[in-house]
Design a protein around this ligand. Structure first.
Ligand SMILES: Nc1nc2c(ncn2[C@@H]2O[C@H](COP(=O)(O)OP(=O)(O)O)[C@@H](O)[C@H]2O)c(=O)[nH]1
Ligand SMILES: [Mg+2]
Length: 79
């Protein structure tokens, strides 16, 4: 089993990446409440993204972090 942590700045493309390469995806997208962030995109990740796939019989789990600084504490949990 392989676990991959996908991390990066707000709107870097983490959620889109996980959604596109995994067939089995759990998404936690909710509408943004900050007007400044809403000018960049409509929805954001709360908690984490999660997706799994299988490569050559090996299970691969991908975890995506939320991108905003206020969710930095999630990094410690997901690392
Ligand atoms: N053109 C293009 N847009 C992308 C790509 N990946 C993500 N986006 C767009 O960039 C914005 C942010 O992506 P998102 O996955 O929500 O970023 P996250 O905050 O890192 O999870 C969205 O509007 C996506 O549709 C990409 O590879 N190409
Ligand atoms: Mg996201």
């Amino acid at each position: 089993m392989v676990k991959i942590l996908v991390t990066g700045h707000f709107s870097a493309g983490k959620t889109e990446f996980i959604k596109n390469i995994t067939g089995d995806t759990l998404l936690t997208e909710v509408s943004l409440s900050s007007q400044e962030e809403k000018s960049v995109k409509e929805k954001t990740t709360v908690a984490m993204d999660y997706g799994k796939l299988e490569i050559k019989g090996k299970k691969v789990h991908l975890f995506g972090t939320p991108g905003q600084e206020r969710f930095d504490f999630m990094l410690d949990i997901l690392q």
